[in-house]
Design a protein around this ligand. Structure first.
Ligand code: BG6
Length: 480
């Protein structure tokens, strides 16, 4: 449950994540009445700003659409928002922050005080901030929580090191590791689709499913974010976390309950059945200039001659009785032809005989944009003859749930963290096994054991490297 007497502290309040995600989500929750009644929101960052400047900045983060109600809510939000500037390394700076928090708490009727610290920070300061918060800003009468987000290291060893450093200060129970894909409505829906539908559940294995693709496409390149991106690459940016999370929910066994530990136990179990990805099961790409758009190497923030992949397709295999032999293709790319994230489950052919060369069933779960679930199925073409044609059973959210407001991922996750619900956060062992799956291939790409592989070029705005079609077909995908 939500607790009164809660302060949310956003560290890195003047940065990009805070601007694009954290504050808009906090405002969304606030406006809809989801935050504790007496909530206070404190920003903390290095930039020196007075209250007026800070409030002006906050205003620029919110979309009010000239709606008087939203404008009023933004004013109210600012009234509960204050700002402290200080370094991330010095304990004294955090003493100042603590005094500010204590001042707020002095106004509470009860002794209980709860503090939630949101790290909208670069990973280089995760550890000093975690340490300073624990040592200077930890309350005894209430809960203390930290919300952190990737990058959690660059491979298995560095992730383990980071996690164990953070663990010195914050327990697993106090830590909420965000993977914002777990907050997306359609990702949450996977559990219901699979386990609340006996018909779907019955066909959910190697006997019926031929291959699965989990696809992430963005129509824009790194555009100024190249400095960050080049250090990580597509696999670390999207596959190792977002797409693998989707995969684990899609393939896990049914959890005993909806409790966070029951769900995450099953996710870890299925992930542990996946061996590290093989080179042969990998296709890398990098976008080049086309259609008046710049190539990756034309981005000033990208090091010259970088061979960092901006596209990656990898095929994973799950060694358990349910999934043995079924290829799971994870693919993601920047600067492609469209914005789309979807899961495409292709079923096997029907037995040959009365029907020949008939389209396969496919269940498509579109995560974004425009959430939808549709099943491609064959039906008789209406008329005085018997011919089958591919059609769709279509659950498009905009039509079926026209009135519903689909929550933003960050809204859902921040609310869960305030309630103390870990179900949609990444447990330490999940992260560990995710790195185990990807570390060998990442080391190969980084040139740790020989020459670095060259990504295949693909034009900005295309569907990816020309090798992609062959790559997918190799795993049995049949285009209808
Ligand atoms: C982030 C990646 O984690 O996810 C970005 O670092 C990517 O590179 C983003 O653009 C995609 O998130 P969404 O919610 O827009 O699909």
């Amino acid at each position: 449950a939500l607790r009164d007497n809660t302060i949310i502290v956003v560290l890195g309040a003047s940065g990009d994540l805070a601007k694009k995600k954290t504050f808009p989500a906090l405002f969304g929750l606030y406006r809809q009445g989801f935050l504790p009644r007496d909530v206070k929101i404190v920003g903390y960052a290095r930039t020196k700003m007075d209250k007026a400047e800070y409030h002006k900045r906050l205003s620029s983060y919110f979309k009010t659409n000239d709606d008087p109600e939203i404008i009023k809510a933004a004013e109210d939000f600012k009234a509960v928002s204050t700002y402290i500037s200080g370094s991330y390394e010095e304990p004294e700076a955090f003493q100042v922050l603590n005094s500010h928090l204590e001042e707020i708490e002095a106004g509470y009727a009860s002794k209980e005080a709860n503090r939630v610290f949101y790290f909208a920070l670069p990973p280089s300061v995760f550890v000093p901030v975690a340490k300073n918060l624990k040592e200077q800003c930890y309350v005894a009468n209430g809960v203390n929580r930290v919300i952190v987000e990737k990058p959690f290291g660059k491979d298995l060893d560095s992730a383990r090191e980071l996690l164990s450093s953070l663990k010195e200060y914050w327990t697993e129970d106090e830590t909420f590791r965000i993977d914002h894909y777990l907050g997306k409505e359609m990702v949450k829906n996977l559990l219901v689709l699979r386990f609340a539908n006996i018909a779907l559940g019955a066909a959910w294995d190697k006997n019926f499913i031929s291959n699965v693709q989990i696809t992430f496409k963005e129509p824009f390149g790194t555009e100024g974010r190249g400095g960050y991106f080049d250090e990580f690459g597509m696999i670390r940016d999207v596959l190792q976390n977002h797409l693998l999370q989707v995969l684990s929910i899609l393939t896990m066994e049914r959890p005993v309950s909806f409790s966070a530990e029951d769900i995450r136990d099953e996710k870890v179990k299925v992930l542990r059945s996946i061996p590290p990805i093989a080179k042969e099961d990998t296709l890398l790409g990098q976008y080049v200039a086309a259609n008046g758009k710049p190539g990756y190497l034309d981005d000033d923030t990208v090091p010259p001659n970088s061979i960092c992949p901006t596209f990656a397709a990898t095929t994973l295999w799950i060694h358990n009785p349910r999934w043995e032999g079924v290829p799971f293709i994870l693919k993601a790319g920047k600067a492609l032809n469209e914005a789309k994230v979807e899961v495409r489950i292709q079923f096997k052919d029907v037995t040959q005989g009365i029907f020949k060369d008939i389209a396969r069933n496919e269940l498509v779960i579109r995560i974004q944009p425009s959430e939808a679930v549709y099943l491609k199925m064959n039906a008789k073409t209406p008329g005085l003859y018997t011919r089958a044609m591919p059609t769709e059973m279509d659950l498009t959210y905009k039509r079926r749930f026209a009135e519903a407001k689909i929550p933003e991922a960050y809204e859902a996750l921040i609310l869960d963290a305030l309630k103390g619900d870990h179900s949609n956060f990444v447990r330490h062992d999940e992260l560990d096994v995710a790195w185990k799956i990807f570390t060998p291939i990442l080391h190969w790409i980084d040139g740790k054991n020989g020459a670095r592989p060259r990504p295949a070029p693909y034009p900005y705005g295309s569907r990816g490297p020309k090798e992609l079609e062959g790559f997918i077909n190799k795993y049995g995908f049949k285009r209808a």
